[in-house]
Design a protein around this ligand. Structure first.
Ligand code: NAD
Ligand code: UGA
Length: 468
């Protein structure tokens, strides 16, 4: 017999906790869902008309259940106290200091959330790891919970990794490929998994809700991200061969993707992958492999990240060499600053790396992105705590109000994010061309432009995975 969940608390109102628990609330009107965070500004934004994250379709779902059975609050303790199931959906960034710096996941936030649960709990709790964590983290959580809680309280720990992608979070959550629940193979572990499965079964078919052992579930999340990123690095490695030979990466990717064993998705060559997770999770896997004394395995996965760095560097070098190796004083328009379209998230965005490369070369840079806030761009381009750094950056970088303003009088236009509004069927590239310096260059880092069409207008076109 397993309990029916009535109250859910989600610790962490970020890109994952917010949308995931909003959908859970929308699909389970009989469950009270409270999403909590220590960040007051973030909670205030969730309670306003201006949500802290931008995802197609999210506003409508939040509005449909906020104040009914969905609540956003900074009262972490009350939400923990009342809940029978608690998602831990806090950030797990790469450690910047100490043992494992640059590779290992910083589990400090997971630990402090876990300690809080232990301290506050007065009744049995199902604790669910939603954050992406190294394999066997649940064991450490159990240790902390059991060492710090009142006698007689049961904690069942589940792993329930999230597979949503930003920009498509709502549709990914509404129609997931699978929901994964890992538990101990004990009676109470299985019962806890069944309770969580019921929550998802309100809208996900039972055969898509998969249960397995806790460690497999934890590792499957790192594995899935590593495999996805590996496909991108593989196609990007091939794009370099295409540029040198006259093969076309889109044709190669199409030809390979038709093989049903390979499949067509995630084979789009690009200026490099970004986002908060691919690099972080692979480095985490590299660290895990090193700790398990598996250096060959670590080196294998590390190469996926190295190839991504190489791709970004290769792309900026191509821009620089097109200008006879100097872009000093030249104006470069950067179209798109988010790490992918339909999100305002800029974490690990390749645009940041490119702007830094171009700054080092002395270029003048104008940036336009339809969703990213100006203040975020300045944060991303400055070193925290360095005096006058912003003033220095602003000598070379400006932010434009639209694509036309960014491209006005520019020597080169660079597509960094594949926003639909940058396609040549939407944006008036003839107008842009007329207002640029000549020769006018456009570099397509996202394969969204029709090369021939732009060449007919007079542009010099540099495309990832195609010879010029
Ligand atoms: P995020 O930084 O957007 O959100 C995390 C939130 O947790 C922050 O608002 C922070 O203030 C809050 N927090 C931290 N410690 C807390 C505490 N002790 N009590 C209360 N709140 C606390 O991070 P995110 O992008 O939502 O990612 C969360 C986890 O989910 C990570 O492990 C990530 O790897 C994983 N993940 C992310 C994505 C994605 O698309 N972003 C997808 C799948 C999995
Ligand atoms: C990724 C995974 O797709 C999700 O399943 C996972 O839950 C999530 O990481 C996570 O753990 O955080 P996300 O990073 O939001 O999601 O977005 P993706 O669509 O995977 O794109 C990541 C990066 O790869 C973007 O910069 C994108 O432009 C790039 N990409 C993607 C390519 O360059 N080529 C492709 O073919 C696909």
């Amino acid at each position: 017999p397993h309990i029916k969940v009535k109250k859910i608390c989600c610790i962490g109102a970020g890109y994952v906790g917010g949308p995931t628990c909003t959908i859970i609330a929308a699909k389970n009107p009989d469950i009270i869902v409270t999403i909590v965070d220590i960040n007051q500004a973030r909670i205030d934004a969730w309670n306003s008309d201006n949500l802290p994250i931008s995802e197609p379709g999210l506003d409508e779902v939040v509005k449909s259940c906020r104040g009914r059975n969905l609540f956003f609050s900074t009262d972490v303790d009350k939400a923990i106290h009342d809940a029978d199931l608690i998602f831990v959906s806090v950030n797990t960034p790469t450690k910047t200091k100490g043992m494992g710096a640059g590779y290992a996941a910083d589990l400090g936030y997971v630990e402090s959330a876990t300690r809080r649960i232990a301290q506050i709990a007065r009744s049995d709790k199902i604790v669910v790891e939603k954050s992406t964590v190294p394999c066997r983290t649940a064991q450490n959580m159990r240790y902390i919970l059991e060492a710090n809680s009142k006698a007689g309280i049961r904690f069942d720990i589940l792993s329930n990794p999230e597979f949503l992608a930003e920009g498509t979070a709502v549709s990914d959550l509404m129609n997931p490929d699978r929901v994964l629940i890992g538990s101990l193979k004990t009676e109470s572990g299985r019962a806890a998994a069944a309770s969580l499965a019921d929550v998802y079964a309100s809208w996900v078919a039972r055969d898509q809700i998969i249960t397995m052992n806790l460690w497999s579930s934890e590792l499957s999340k790192l594995a899935a991200n590593a495999l996805l990123a590996q496909r991108i690095s593989s196609i990007n490695a091939l794009s370099a061969i295409c540029e040198a030979t006259g093969a076309d990466i889109e044709e190669v990717s199409y030809a390979c993707g038709l093989d049903t064993r390979i499949g067509p998705k995630f084979l789009k060559a690009s200026v490099g992958f970004g986002g908060s997770c691919f690099q972080k999770d692979i480095l985490n896997l590299v660290y895990l492999s090193e700790s398990l004394h598996l250096p060959e395995v670590a080196a294998y996965w590390k190469q996926v990240v190295d190839m991504n760095e190489y791709q970004k560097r290769r792309f900026s070098n191509r821009v620089i060499s097109s200008f006879f190796n100097t872009i000093y004083g030249k104006k470069i328009a950067i179209l798109g600053f988010a790490f992918k379209k339909d999100t305002s998230d800029t974490r690990e965005s390749p645009a940041i790396t490119l702007v830094n490369h171009f700054r080092t070369e002395g270029a003048q840079i104008a940036i336009y992105d339809p969703k990213v806030q100006e203040s975020q761009i300045w944060i991303d381009l400055t070193e925290p705590g360095v005096m006058d750094d912003l003033t220095e950056v602003q000598k070379q970088v400006s932010i434009a109000k639209d694509a036309y303003a960014a491209c006005d009088d520019a020597d080169a236009v660079i597509i960094c994010t594949e926003w639909d509004e940058f396609r040549d069927t939407v944006l008036d590239y003839k107008l842009i061309y007329d207002h640029m310096k000549k020769p006018a260059f456009v570099f397509d880092g996202r394969l969204i432009l029709n090369k021939t069409r732009l060449e007919d207008m007079g542009f010099q076109v540099g495309t990832i995975g195609r010879a010029t």
